[in-house]
Write a protein that binds this ligand. Sequence first.
Ligand SMILES: Cc1cc2nc3c(=O)[nH]c(=O)nc-3n(C[C@H](O)[C@H](O)[C@H](O)COP(=O)(O)O)c2cc1C
Length: 260
Amino acid sequence: MPLIIAARDRLARSRPYRAPIRVGAAGGLGAPAAIAAAFALGAAYVVTGSVNQAAVESGLSPLARAMLASAEMADVAMAPSADMFEMGVKVQVLKKGSLFAARAHRLYDLYKTFDSLEAIPAEMRARLEIDIFRRPLSDVWEATRRWLSERDAAALARAERDAKLRMALTFRWYVGLSSRWPIEGKEDRKSDFHIWCRPAMGAFNDWVAGSFLQAAEARSVGQIALNPRARPSGPERSNCAAPASTCRRTSSPSRRVGSR
Ligand SMILES: Cc1cc2nc3c(=O)[nH]c(=O)nc-3n(C[C@H](O)[C@H](O)[C@H](O)COP(=O)(O)O)c2cc1C
């Protein structure tokens, strides 16, 4: 932050900007202390990432939001990214309650080890079909082929020629689709839920433990944004009744996040 702010100051002195340039902070902001630290470093505003997903407005199913609401700081893991799978790019995902990270790693390891689906020993293929895909790999490729034929004929032509690419696209069926299952709340795929999540989620959960915001259904974006700069315990909290919309603990605009 100090380096970016110093660069901003240098630029602002050398160029005739009409409005001041504001520098915000994001990443790892889940609790009041982290947000206070960001403001102390000179941030003009803050942006939360992971905690927004636990909000009722996020689009995630209640089932997935309940999983997020119970996560602790260490309940995250790195996993292969869906759109940059072949490049080995990793993203942070929720580990608690889901085997997605371990399963996606297994697929990536197989992708690195073998040149085609056909080269994978039969026993290993059978395990993949039972544990991860729940259908024959040939069916997964067929579904992928159909999907590509409607959207990306050039990629399909490449895949028809390149067995390793066919393997990557087949594995991406799981790594990609698994992020839809927590949105749909697909119960029978709960153990494969693929939810991007960083430790800020655990920090938030720890901070709201024992308060009205502990309940996943009370976490509207408004409540999340209004409350991070207040202490979670104390008389205000115990007076707070169920309807989330009425539970504003920091009503003074001057105390709202990003108001300075
Ligand atoms: C649901 C979700 C989707 C995200 N999508 C992207 C993305 O497409 N590209 C990207 O660079 N970062 C993405 N991020 C990472 C965020 O930009 C941000 O770096 C991260 O959430 C850090 O904030 P946090 O520690 O408060 O979670 C995403 C994060 C979440 C939770």
